[in-house]
Write a protein that binds this ligand. Structure first.
Ligand code: PMP
Length: 442
């Protein structure tokens, strides 16, 4: 490392930060904020020759960009004085009315006064955790669960405990047993975090029957449910299910987002919370960012008021359905024996389980050499689990790319199986120590 000779003559505040002088001053919670060791590999994976089945980027190219351009222009020309000004931490009242209309599609009846606009649903996750979680408190989450929720819970030093899932979502008996054990041990459990529709990363949906049981168990234990539903309207088959919030308004905080049904670039999501919690969330939002982007909220509000957004979602669904079908058909025809995978009815993700003894994380560099990328299952657990699984996404690559990506992936799995058979499972080492969460790569 070369040193700038002028550095030593500068005042400390003027010196470069090549070496972080303040590491020792970080708060304890900053220790939970760590970058994934596979992040570097994803820089390689984003090269054009690599088919990435890793990221969860919605296909915004399918949006009517001219129309959105017109709306932007109209908002500036006609309401610029308001749109370019500070707003409130709770969010634009007009947009909040539209949000209630969107939520009614999943059976939710709510007043706009209980909605808080957030910077994507990610900020809602952060605010809820900020308001509820002290270091050491338990947060329950499905196994596996959304990687950036893990990051958020870890940043607030939560003790994340997983609850098993199967093809119908979280298993109520497992939830009840976990709660009984934690209660007997005198632990403080703050909420149960769930992605009930088209789960990220597992691709499964919580069945209607289980929704009632989950609500009943949480009610009995006095446990808040945090329902994260960014994919609910992206359904490619079957009937829509009622949101958990629709049947338990007092016990559920519901999180929604326009990132998948419109665009993540606006960074607009929301939380719907019982009034007392809502007030705390607004205060937390105020200290985090004072006010939202009034401009972005007004553009999204105009879009919802003047564009046939339900038709747009139907168009998205047709496009994503074709991609999902392509991925499932390719897996069906090409995957070697011993692999299994979920069949999502919507959303973006398929969860693949590898043959015994294969490690998706150890295999990733070799798969990238084969020019295909995925997210290893380990990123979706707060514990050292998930080595035998991976998340594949079908939202962004074209059907041709998906077919080619699966073909390459199958090549990588076959090579890995040959290595395993020659050298034993040591060829696909189980990397030591608990995993750092993998970023939800775009
Ligand atoms: N929750 C889940 C389950 C997600 O998959 C995502 C996006 N990947 C988010 C929350 C955050 O989405 P956004 O902040 O863009 O609304």
């Amino acid at each position: 490392m070369s040193v700038d000779p002028q550095d030593s003559q500068r005042q400390p505040s003027q010196q470069g930060s090549r070496i972080d002088r303040y590491v020792g001053s970080y708060a304890e919670r900053a220790q939970g904020m760590v970058a994934s060791e596979v992040r570097a590999l994803f820089a390689v994976a984003s090269r054009p020759e690599v088919v990435s089945l890793a990221g969860g980027m919605p296909n915004v190219g399918a949006l009517p960009l001219d129309r959105i351009g017109d709306i932007v222009q109209k908002v500036v020309a006609e309401q610029g004085g308001v749109a370019l000004q500070y707003g409130s931490a709770q969010g634009d009242p007009v947009l909040r009315e539209h949000i209630c209309e969107v939520m009614s599609l999943e059976g939710i009846e709510a007043g706009s006064e209980d909605v808080i606009v957030t910077v994507g649903s990610q900020q809602a996750l952060d605010l809820v955790t900020r308001v509820f979680v002290d270091p050491g408190d338990v947060v329950l989450a499905e196994a596996p669960t959304y990687v950036t929720a893990i990051n958020t819970f870890a940043a607030f030093q939560a003790d994340i405990q997983h609850v098993a899932m199967d093809g119908d979502g979280v298993i109520p008996e497992a939830l009840e047993e976990t709660l009984a054990n934690l209660t007997a041990a005198g632990r403080r459990v703050k909420f149960f975090y769930t992605v009930p529709n088209f789960h990220n990363p597992a691709g499964v949906t919580l069945s209607a029957e289980r929704r009632h049981r989950v609500l009943e168990i949480c009610e009995r234990y006095g446990l808040l449910v945090l329902e994260d539903n960014p994919y609910g309207l992206l359904r490619y088959e079957g009937e829509p299910l009622r949101a958990l919030r629709a049947d338990a308004p007092d016990n559920v905080i519901y999180l929604g987002s326009f990132s998948k049904t419109l665009s993540p670039g606006f960074r607009i999501g929301w939380a719907l919370a019982p009034p007392a919690v809502r007030d705390k969330l607004v205060l937390a939002a105020e200290s985090a960012m004072l006010s939202h982007s009034t401009f972005n909220q007004m553009v999204v509000g105009q879009y919802l008021a003047s564009h046939p957004w339900r038709e747009q979602i139907k168009d998205f669904n047709e496009m994503y359905r074709e991609r999902r079908d392509t991925m499932l058909a390719s897996l069906e025809s090409l995957m070697p024996a011993g692999c299994s995978w979920t069949s999502p009815q919507g959303g973006f993700f398929v969860w693949v389980t590898l043959p015994e003894g294969l490690d998706s994380k150890a295999m990733l560099p070799r798969a990238v050499t084969e020019r295909v990328a995925y997210v290893p299952g380990t990123g979706f657990y707060a514990t050292n689990e998930g080595h035998g699984s991976m998340r594949l996404s079908f939202c962004y690559p074209t059907p041709e790319q998906i077919r080619e990506g699966i073909r390459r992936l199958v090549g990588a799995i076959e090579n890995e199986t040959a290595l395993r058979d020659t050298f034993g499972s040591a060829a696909a080492p189980n990397t030591s120590g608990p995993d750092t969460p993998t970023p939800d790569l775009p």
